[in-house]
Design a protein around this ligand. Structure first.
Ligand SMILES: CC(C)(COP(=O)(O)OP(=O)(O)OC[C@H]1O[C@@H](n2cnc3c(N)ncnc32)[C@H](O)[C@@H]1OP(=O)(O)O)[C@@H](O)C(=O)NCCC(=O)NCCS
Length: 150
């Protein structure tokens, strides 16, 4: 566990699940218990290689989390680290916890042997865009394409 301004970063534990579900609901406005139970099964209870679920804790309370994994040859890409969820408790935002979580997972990615981190952000999500831009992430070499199936 590492300490920084009374915030510690540690691996998630099974008992964190209810807090994660609540924080995610606060951040996104949508409760997704089934999704988080699936994620905990594969990233916390029996984490596969290169999978990381980190918790930021202050004074014994969970104040944020980040989840990601290394992926190789997805879309033809060499190995890289993907962050697919990050969340800080609303009352603890803008205090450096998000940056701390991102740096902690990037360190784990580096130790896994990858040299690039990626994420995906909604065009309608200026908060996450501002956050990831502040951390040095810029537009990458891939674009997402989609169409409706109806
Ligand atoms: C994005 C988020 C993780 C940032 O966490 P945080 O702890 O507040 O981030 P930090 O304090 O480390 O901020 C780092 C930088 O991000 C940017 N940033 C953070 N909050 C911002 C805001 N409200 N407006 C504009 N920029 C902001 C700033 O550039 C900031 O750097 P600065 O402090 O030098 O200005 C947090 O706002 C959050 O949890 N948002 C909801 C996330 C969400 O919707 N998750 C679900 C989908 S993954």
């Amino acid at each position: 566990m590492t300490e920084d301004n009374a915030v510690a970063i540690r691996n998630a534990r099974p008992e964190d699940i209810d807090t994660v579900i609540r924080l995610d609901e606060l951040g996104t406005g949508l409760a997704k218990p089934d999704y988080w139970h699936d994620i905990f099964a594969g990233y916390v209870r029996q984490p596969g290689a290169g999978r990381f679920f980190l918790i930021a804790e202050a004074a014994g309370a969970v104040v944020g989390f980040i989840v990601g994994e290394t992926r190789i040859w997805e879309f033809g890409s060499p190995s890289c680290g993907w962050v697919f969820a990050v969340n800080v408790s609303p009352e603890r935002r803008e205090g450096g916890i998000g940056s701390h979580l991102l740096e902690a997972i990037c360190e784990r990615f580096r130790r896994s042997g990858v040299d690039t981190v990626r994420t995906m952000i909604s065009r309608r999500d200026p908060l996450n865009l501002a956050f990831f831009r502040s951390q040095g992430l810029t537009a990458g070499p891939y674009i997402e394409l989609e169409r409706r199936l109806d």
